[in-house]
Design a binder for this molecule. Structure first.
Ligand code: ATP
Length: 293
């Protein structure tokens, strides 16, 4: 094989709790991750000259060692002592610095693609063990679907997918650094925690309203305070018929969950007309089963 095309799916968090800050500075989390049907595309092609060449249609992104795709390739090339080279072309659709794990998804797709292209023979758990060295969300992105994520994000337990729904995903025109949000979170002073166990129970029962009622993200306490537009989008989505709405990850992306596609489309238009967000998607959940096809 000389060439492979890989999709890198974005995620949202339907539940995100932070349990404590560890002595080493990492935060211990308890999150429910969910893949959505928004993806970047990576085309990986072997070449004779050694080295890694990355190009992308998004001029905001670095194409050298600062890009997680590049680092993923470097890591596998070192591990397997690869002397050939690779050209990687990234088509970027996932909003950047948005709380949707775009960089981690790209790194996971690069690991998967290079493993195939160079017949490296890594199993999924082996790739996950390599991926976590580059970022805590990469093991999840390699697996995808609905997962409980614990530890620093690397302890994964598969969960049933939520019942089918339509999502409006809106990213206001601000970039939020994950480091800023965790840096300003006082995990020991949180007075409220989302009901992650209740959410797991609702997923297991396929209880749509149980799921939408329990949406919760402790990082909103930091990001919404800094950027009130997040709360405005949530309120507008609910007013427009969303069962509920939440900020994803460290933000600023907001999602609303809808029963009907038509209602979701109208809500997306309302967000656009209100000039609250520039990047707006109407999409669905994406499951591991769909990915296996
Ligand atoms: P998370 O949900 O994991 O916090 P995020 O959506 O907030 O992720 P990303 O879009 O993954 O944030 O990346 C944030 C920063 O990482 C960007 O400022 C960007 O320069 C850098 N970066 C490195 N590689 C990539 C990549 N392949 N795609 C996007 N950003 C990348």
């Amino acid at each position: 094989m000389d060439k492979t095309t890989q999709r890198a799916y974005a995620k949202i968090n339907i539940g995100l709790d932070v349990l404590r800050r560890r002595a080493d500075g990492y935060h211990e989390v308890k999150m429910i991750m969910q893949t959505v049907d928004i993806y970047d595309e990576l085309v990986l092609e072997k070449r004779k000259q050694p080295g890694i060449e990355l190009c992308t249609d998004n001029s905001e992104l670095p194409t050298g060692n600062d890009n997680l795709i590049y680092r993923a390739a470097e890591l596998l090339f070192q591990e397997k002592k690869i002397t050939e080279g690779v050209n990687i072309k990234l088509t970027k659709r996932i909003p950047i610095a948005a709380g949707m794990a775009g960089g981690s998804a790209d790194a996971a797709a690069a690991l998967r693609g290079l493993n195939e292209l160079f017949d490296m023979g890594y199993s999924l758990p082996e790739l996950q063990a390599l991926g976590v060295r580059l970022g805590a969300d990469i093991p999840y992105c390699l697996a995808g679907g609905t997962m409980l994520s614990e530890g620093i994000g690397e302890i994964l337990t598969p969960l049933p997918a939520p019942p089918a729904a339509y999502l409006v995903i809106a990213k206001p025109d601000i970039n939020v650094s994950t480091a800023f949000v965790y840096g300003n979170l006082h995990a020991d002073r949180l007075t409220w925690h989302p009901d992650i166990d209740g959410m797991i129970d609702a997923l297991q029962k396929g209880d749509f309203h149980g799921i939408t009622d329990k949406l919760g993200n402790v990082l909103e306490t930091v990001t919404v305070k800094a950027y009130p537009v997040i709360e405005e989008i949530k309120e507008l989505l609910r007013k427009q018929g969303a069962e509920n709405a939440l900020m994803s990850g460290s933000g600023p992306t907001v999602f609303g969950i809808f029963r009907e596609e038509e209602t979701a489309r109208r809500a997306a238009e309302a967000v656009e007309h209100g000039l609250l967000a520039k990047q707006i998607f109407v999409t669905t959940f994406y499951s591991r089963e769909q990915r296996a096809k």
